[in-house]
Unconditional design. Sequence first.
Lengths: 293, 113
Amino acid sequence: MSLRITFDVFSGRPNPSVTLTDAESADFLKRIGAVKTAASAAQESHTEPSTLGYRGLIVEQAGASAGGLPQRFRVSSSAVDGPAGALKSVAASVEQSILGNASILTRAGVSAELAAVMRTHAAAPKTATTAAPPATSGPLVCTCAPLYEPNWWNDGASGGAKQFTNNCYNYACNYRTDTFAQPGKASGQVWNHLVCADVGAAALRDALTATKVTTIKCPTEGHLVALCMWDTFDYHWYRMGREGLWSHKPGGMPVTNLDNSGQIIRDPRTANRGDYTTFCTFMIVRHGHIKLL
Amino acid sequence: MATSSSCNEGWRASALIFSGRSNPEWAISDAIAADLVSLWSALPATRAREMAPGLGYHGCALLDARRRWQAFDGVAVMWSGASSETRSDRARAFERAILATAPAGTIPATVCF
């Protein structure tokens, strides 16, 4: 019997993993103990963690499963969860026995710094993922705006194509085309010059809506986007999310909610935008109205 | 390193600069691609780390039908499907070698690497 342990910690890049020796596997399973019945376990509530940062250990059993445990289960926050739901509670030391084992961590390629972070997260009390927005949230809640869900877009490290084939315009409009969409292309006339007026007009032809914004607020329908310009070279778009904060996708790079200074973006007009120093305008994306290509 | 005129359409390189418009991309010959891959293969392995996204120049890429190499900030990663290998490119030799294959005028002169 051998176990494969995956440290579920990263969002974009692959998680580190390691195969335990037979002795290590037996010791870990002994610490977990047996599960009585799968039926009773399935009646308990179950939620897959969707937070950023360390989320627990994913355990996969090679060959016959042991102790009534499923082939694949998760150990996190003193709980063991299977595909159908919570299986049992265990001592916090079960998870820490892996996170504190230097040999296992080294074989998994986990640095001392990352191990320390995971141990700290594992020991910290957990809050429900459906709790109130994090402290970094702004005061606005725009119920029509898209969720900030970077993991859906950031699939480059796992071999996906969404990240590399969708750009800032795709992301801002929440409209995946896998074509690096260009303003105006769907309406038959793409932008000609990389200046605010030209790219803005092209976006209007794609059925984005012009709006005058002095104070940022939620539009009645759809969500706000913002156009900026690196004059004569390129354009860039941001979008305002449901929690009232802004995020963006720099070209084929991953989606982020940080500006070039690493700061949360509360207003794209004042964010560090690198070479995209010209702020053009805000627009509204009305869902279902626009077409991108 | 010069760009060959007898290019296999399967090999391409790209400078990752722009956010909205398409990044500059150019074809690379099999021979030059082989040199670049050899250069990458000779780099020491290092621990994977995320390349922080930001506006502006953020590296360059070498691609064929199945694989993608991306170099930036002292790290050169090769992805093949869902797997990846990370090499240390502290001297940015691999990154600069890819950029050196760009035909003249492909990359805006104002872009700082």
